[in-house]
Design a protein. Structure first.
Ligand code: SF4
Ligand code: SF4
Length: 409
C-alpha cells in the first residue's frame, strides 16, 4: 500500500530531489550516524519508494522519518529547493495513519489536546511549582526539571487574554499566547506587549485563540493541526499583524497556507523581525550603553525555516550588546519540539555539543528566540549561564536605561 492520506508527500515535492548529497554535511542525524537512511537524501528516497509502491509505510519507514529532527538545515542549503519540511510533515501524517503506536497516540493527546488547553496547562504548571516548592524536582523528567528551575519561567504572569491596550497609530497587533509561552515564558510575552504598545500599536490578546499546532503537525497529527489552525484563523480575523514569540510557532504560522490559513500566514511574523523593524524605523530606541557580549544561538526554525539571522542580532546590538555567534554552521541543538522525548540520547548529544559551543564564546549571557532551544540550553549549561529571548533582553536593557539618573552636562 502506498499513501492513504490527503497530506502525503507529493510527486513534485519528491521529484525535486536530484540526490546530489549537498545537504548531507548539514544534517545532524547524518553527521552523528553516517547512515544514508538518517540523511535528507535517504529519507526522500524512502518516501519516493513508498510513492512508487516499492516500500511499505511500516515500522522501519516510521524510524527513517521519525529520527529526523525536522530542523530543515537540509532545506536551507538544497540547490533544488526541495520543500523538505512539508514533505516530512506529509510522511509523518502517513506514519500516524498507517503504523499503530500507543506512545504516539499518547503524544497526540499531549500535543493536540493538553498543550492547547490553557486550563490543563495551568494545572500542569501548578504541579511543577508544587514539586519544586516541596524540593521534589527529581520527580520531574530531566528535560523539564533543570531548564525550568531557578530561572524566570513560571514567575509572574503573561498578559491576560482579552487585553486591549495602546493607541493604534501603527495599527492593531495581536499576540499569539501559544501553549508554553503563556505559562512558562511570561516575561517574553510581557516584554513583547510593552514594546509593541510603546512603538504605537494597539495591542490585543484575543480570548479564543489557541496553540499554533506546530507540534501536532510535526508529529503527524493532521486532524488536530488543522483544527487548531482553523480556530486561530477565526481568532485573529481583522488584526493587521499577529506577533509570534516562539520561532517554532512563527515558522509554522508562516506556512499556515498548508493548513487552510493563507491570509493569516501573510499577517503573522516572528517577534524578532517585528521588533528589529520597529527599531530600524525609529519607533523603538537604540540604547547608547555598552553592555558587553551576548552569545547568539539561532533556532533552526528562525535560521533555516525562515532564513532569518539578522533580526535577533540587530535587536541585541540596539540594546548595547556585542553579539558573538555560537555556531556559524547552524547545527540543531537537539531540542526539536518533542524530539527529546522520543530520542533522548541523540537530543542530549546535540544539546551537549551546543553547550560546548556556547561555552567557547566566553559569554555567560545567551540569547535564543525559541522556548525549546532555551530549555535545552539551560539543561546542558552550568546554572550560572543565563539564557533568554533577545526581545526580553532588549526590553530589560530599555527599562534599566530609562531608570538610570541622567547626568546634566
Ligand atoms: S535534498 Fe536537495 S541537497 Fe539534498 S540530495 Fe536532494 S537535491 Fe541534493
Ligand atoms: S530536517 Fe534536519 S535532521 Fe531532518 S533530514 Fe533535514 S537536516 Fe537532517
Amino acid at each position: 500500500m502506498t499513501w492513504v492520506t490527503d497530506f502525503h508527500p507529493t510527486k513534485d515535492e519528491l521529484a525535486s530531489c536530484v540526490q546530489c548529497g549537498l545537504c548531507l554535511p548539514h544534517c545532524p542525524t547524518y553527521r552523528l550516524t553516517g547512515r544514508d537512511t538518517a540523511s535528507p537524501r535517504g529519507r526522500l528516497m524512502a518516501m519516493s519508494a513508498v510513492a512508487s509502491g516499492d516500500l511499505a509505510v511500516d515500522d522501519s519507514f516510521a524510524e527513517i522519518v521519525g529520527y529526523c529532527l525536522q530542523c530543515r538545515a537540509c532545506e536551507a542549503v538544497c540547490p533544488s529547493l526541495v520543500p523538505f519540511g512539508r514533505a516530512m510533515e506529509g510522511a509523518r501524517a502517513e506514519v500516524a495513519a498507517q503504523v499503530p503506536d500507543a506512545k504516539r497516540r499518547l503524544r497526540h493527546l499531549v500535543v493536540g489536546k493538553l498543550l492547547p488547553t490553557p486550563g490543563l496547562m495551568r494545572v500542569a504548571t501548578w504541579g511543577i511549582r508544587l514539586l519544586r516548592a516541596l524540593r521534589l524536582d527529581r520527580l520531574l523528567p530531566p528535560w523539564l526539571a533543570k531548564p525550568l528551575s531557578g530561572v524566570r519561567p513560571l514567575d509572574g504572569s503573561a498578559p491576560r487574554r482579552g487585553t486591549i491596550q495602546g493607541e493604534g497609530r501603527l495599527g492593531t497587533a495581536a499576540l499569539l499566547a501559544g501553549c508554553v509561552m503563556e505559562p512558562w515564558f511570561a516575561g517574553v510575552q510581557r516584554a513583547t506587549v510593552d514594546l509593541l504598545t510603546r512603538a504605537g500599536y494597539r495591542v490585543v490578546v484575543p480570548e479564543n485563540q489557541t496553540c499554533c499546532g506546530a507540534l501536532a503537525a510535526h508529529d503527524g497529527d493532521v486532524a488536530d493541526a488543522r483544527r487548531l489552525a482553523r480556530r486561530n484563523v477565526e481568532a485573529f480575523a481583522g488584526v493587521d499583524l499577529v506577533v509570534v514569540t516562539a520561532a517554532g510557532c512563527s515558522a509554522h504560522m508562516a506556512e499556515y497556507g498548508h493548513w487552510g490559513g493563507e491570509d493569516l500566514a501573510r499577517r503573522s511574523r516572528d517577534v524578532t523581525m517585528v521588533v528589529a523593524d520597529l527599531i530600524d524605523r525609529g519607533h523603538l530606541p537604540r540604547l547608547p550603553e555598552d553592555r558587553g557580549p551576548v552569545a547568539v544561538q539561532d533556532p533552526c526554525h528562525l535560521r533555516h525555516a525562515q532564513r532569518e539571522t539578522a533580526a535577533p542580532r540587530e535587536i541585541l546590538r540596539a540594546a548595547g550588546y556585542t553579539t558573538v555567534d555560537v555556531d556559524p554552521s547552524g547545527m540543531c541543538c537537539g531540542a526539536a519540539g518533542i524530539y527529546s522525548l522520543i530520542y533522548p540520547d541523540t537530543s542530549a548529544e546535540l544539546g551537549s555539543r551546543k553547550a560546548t559551543e556556547v561555552q567557547a564564546t566566553g559569554s555567560t549571557l545567551v540569547a535564543s528566540a525559541n522556548p525549546g532551544c532555551e530549555m535545552q540550553l539551560r539543561q546542558h549549561l552550568p546554572a550560572f549561564y543565563r539564557v533568554a529571548h533577545p526581545v526580553e533582553i532588549y526590553h530589560e536593557a530599555l527599562v534599566e536605561s530609562e531608570s538610570r539618573p541622567r547626568v546634566r552636562g
